[in-house]
Design a protein around this ligand. Structure first.
Ligand code: C2E
Ligand code: CA
Ligand code: CA
Length: 757
């Protein structure tokens, strides 16, 4: 049963709610138990400092001090001497006399009759004290009644005062009821409040204790007091015991009676109690706990102002509100929130970026159609090592790029992993989003004056799993696969087909993909190192697959080649590229990759010629890039096609030079005008001496054979400058430009032209 309840409780009420409920309950119980009273007393006495004032001139104290006892002996004095003192007080104009002394029946009774006579003769009955006898080890309190001969002519009042456990006199007891009789406290008797009220009062420490005049009993007896006692009620202080008063410190015991009486003389008090404050406290702490930071801070400030000013204003009207329980619940919830923040702060944020880390993904709410994206900066470890001191700056720039791409919810994991969530979009929109992101990251970052290139891979998960962590993991796996496959991005495949199956299915889709516009052409600038300008571009096929994401040409082209279905793609790319070439004018050289398969198509040169005519592009403005490996397919076909192409007047370029088998022999046979040194040598030549030598030798060799030389994979400024010094004709690579969609390429060319102008 209990277990069932616990389970229900845990399930229905999450951790966050539980913290709130337990804190509130705890404060509630402590409030009922009065645990906050000391705090409220403290607040009250502190508040009273704002309203310090003198007691009403209705009360005075006569002290049986050392001077008095030196002259008249130790207290208690013989009762006839006390009678003299009372008479002297009466003569000094005292309105009424009150004793804290208990005239116990067991004391020396000589002079009692005389004192009784004096009591009787007074205009107002004096007040004499009764005390408690603590019997039975404190269990039973019995009243110690004063001498009946005296009490017959006096009002009896209780001499004890409630002393709080911190030692201060804070409360005023009105009195007690014994055998159906109301016996007031001395203070209540002095203030003339005969009715016992249910609720005690608080001693008002805004009354200055020093404003109640004190006179030595000796001076009274010597007739030396003039006006100080006139018309006042006089408390006779005979006890040397002391009490503690807030602010003032220790004082004669009589001050407990005096301050209490002075308080009661000021008028009725109203005690509002802790409940209104507690309700407000609950409301405030609810806001602090469940609302956003701004609301929480506003609530806290409001609560602070209210709990300061309202009690202060009430205090003026002798209305007391207890704010400690309310403050306690607010304080506890505030601490809990700060703790929550601190814990999450260290646990759930990435120290470098201050962004939520991947752990915080578990708190993230996903809608059904949300797409979880992960971006992995592949070369992050190397960059972080190179920029060890300013890794944070690197991260800051990366985060800035994300913001530039409009990526909103961003989590930051270690080692260059970022993650965000995109609301439902169509695959094309998503592709555009990712292309835009890639383009933004294409420009190198500048960290501490150093250029930094990022190698990215994106993955995404569009499944409908409600678990954000699982979906993120999927996206990250997809990013890894994208990187391996040389893709820009990839959609996570819930049930991965085996590779062969997948490639076959790809193949089946390629033709349709071209028709549906999933295949498009990217252009990468080629830079003329001699003329110092962009002289052309290479057309590169792209496939944005609606489920699998971006599929790299390296993945689908070989499959298409092997199965003999490269034609459609080739003509598609040629068509697109020539259309752009026509726009770019006669100074622009367009390069298109030509698969070896095409050499066996006897009608290819003819069709190409038709395309050139249709697009009105001169053959000299077209370069066909063929790979070395293409050569080994069928030499006869290749040579006849190449001859036909040469007759047509297009430029033939040997792509990926250096990776195949053939070298000189091959070069001589092929009627090529251009040689492209493979990027695997170029990309590393600024670091690797043998690559540098090889590139240099290749340039010399190609030139000696009458070929022009293009270096691809130029990634750094050093490489770029080296190639220029080596006499290389053209350069292509990320340092100059990345492959971009046609529209971006046109903008790029316009900007280049504007800069040149
Ligand atoms: P490729 O002809 O050698 O194309 C150059 C490749 O190097 C492109 O990869 C390009 O994005 C990449 N690249 C350019 N500059 C740099 C650089 O500075 N550093 C590095 N590391 N890489 C750079 P992409 O676009 O993935 O193309 C891969 C291959 O797919 C191409 O290699 C080409 O052989 C083939 N391909 C692309 N489009 C077509 C096409 O329309 N028809 C045929 N038959 N093959 C194509
Ligand atoms: Ca190429
Ligand atoms: Ca190449």
């Amino acid at each position: 049963m209990q277990q069932a309840f616990t389970t229900v409780w845990h399930r229905a009420i999450d951790r966050k709610n539980r913290v709130f409920i337990w804190t509130s309950l705890f404060v509630l119980v402590l409030t009922i138990a009065g645990g906050f009273q000391p705090l409220d007393h403290l607040f009250r006495t502190s508040r009273s400092a704002f309203f310090l004032h003198d007691a009403k001139p209705k009360l005075a104290i006569v002290v049986v001090d050392d001077a008095s006892t030196n002259q008249f002996g130790e207290w208690p004095w013989p009762r006839h001497d006390i009678a003299k003192l009372v008479t002297a007080l009466d003569e000094a104009g005292a309105k009424r006399v009150a004793f804290e002394h208990i005239f116990a029946p067991g004391q020396d009774r000589t002079g009692t009759a005389e004192l009784a006579r004096v009591f009787q003769s007074l205009p107002q009955r004096p007040i004499i004290a009764a005390g408690y006898e603590i019997g039975n080890a404190g269990a039973q309190r019995k009243l110690k009644w004063p001498d009946p001969q005296l009490s017959a002519h006096a009002q009896v009042a209780i001499s004890s005062v409630p002393i709080s456990y911190v030692g201060y006199v804070l409360d005023i007891e009105n009195g007690i009821t014994v055998n159906g009789h109301n016996v007031p406290s001395i203070a209540a008797a002095i203030a003339n409040q005969p009715k016992l009220r249910a609720r005690d009062a608080y001693v008002d420490y805004s009354i200055r204790p020093g404003s109640i005049p004190q006179v030595s009993a000796r001076d009274v007896l010597a007739g030396r007091v003039t006006d100080q006692l006139k018309g006042r009620q006089v408390l006779i202080s005979s006890s040397r015991n002391e009490v503690l008063l807030p602010r003032t410190g220790s004082a004669r015991f009589v001050m407990a009676h005096a301050m209490s009486a002075a308080t009661l003389m000021e008028g009725q008090q109203r005690h509002v109690g802790p409940w209104p404050g507690l309700v407000l406290g609950f409301a405030t702490s609810w806001l602090i706990w469940f609302q956003r930071r701004r609301v929480a801070i506003a609530a806290l400030v409001a609560a602070g102002l209210v709990s300061f000013f309202i009690p202060l204003l009430c205090h003026l009207q002798r209305t007391y509100v207890d704010i400690a329980p309310g403050l306690a619940v607010v304080g506890a919830i505030l601490l809990a929130r700060l703790w929550r923040r601190y814990r999450r702060g260290s646990e759930l944020t990435n120290p470098l970026s201050g962004l939520p880390n991947l752990l915080s993904l578990r708190d993230c709410q996903l809608a059904d159609k949300d797409i979880v994206l992960a971006l992995h900066i592949r070369n992050y470890p190397a960059l972080a090592a190179a920029l060890s001191r300013c890794e944070d700056k690197l991260i800051a720039q990366i985060v800035q790029r994300f913001q530039g791409a409009g990526v909103e919810l961003l989590f930051h994991g270690d080692q260059g992993v970022f993650c965000w969530i995109s609301a439902a979009r169509s695959p094309t929109q998503l592709a555009e989003h990712l292309e835009a992101l890639h383009n933004l990251f294409r420009m190198p970052l500048l960290v501490e004056g150093r250029q930094v290139d990022l190698t990215l891979a994106c993955g995404l998960d569009d499944s409908d799993s409600p678990n954000p962590q699982e979906r993120f993991a999927n996206a990250l796996v997809a990013a890894g696969e994208a990187a391996k496959a040389g893709l820009r991005w990839k959609v996570h495949d819930a049930a991965p087909q085996d590779e062969a199956e997948w490639q076959m299915s790809l193949l089946g889709q390629l033709d349709a993909a071209i028709d549906h516009g999933e295949v498009w052409v990217a252009y990468q600038a080629k830079y003329d190192l001699v003329a110092g300008r962009v002289s052309g571009a290479e057309a590169l096929a792209r496939w944005s697959h609606p489920q699998r994401g971006s599929i790299a040409p390296d993945e689908f082209i070989p499959v298409a080649e092997i199965s003999g279905r490269i034609d459609k793609l080739t003509y598609f790319v040629l068509d697109q590229a020539l259309a752009l070439a026509a726009k770019m004018g006669p100074d622009f050289d367009m390069a298109v990759n030509l698969s070896a398969q095409m050499f066996s198509r006897k009608d290819f040169p003819e069709k190409l010629a038709l395309l050139l005519v249709r697009h009105k592009v001169a053959p000299q403005n077209l370069t066909l890039e063929i790979t070395e490996s293409a050569a080994v397919q069928s030499e006869a076909d290749m040579l006849s096609t190449l001859t036909a192409l040469a007759e047509l007047g297009v430029t033939v370029s040997i792509d990926d030079y250096g990776t195949g088998y053939s070298t000189l022999e091959y070069l001589r046979k092929i009627q090529a005008q251009e040689l492209k040194i493979d990027r695997s040598f170029v990309a590393t030549m600024d670091r690797n001496r043998s690559d540098r030598l090889l590139v240099n030798a290749t340039i010399k060799l190609a030139h000696s054979l009458g070929h022009s030389v293009v270096a691809e994979g130029v990634e750094t400024k050093d490489t770029f400058n080296m190639l220029r010094r080596m006499g290389c004709d053209k350069a292509q690579g990320y340092y100059i430009a990345r492959p971009v969609p046609q529209a971006d390429f046109v903008t790029f060319m316009e900007n280049a032209a504007a800069r040149a102008a």
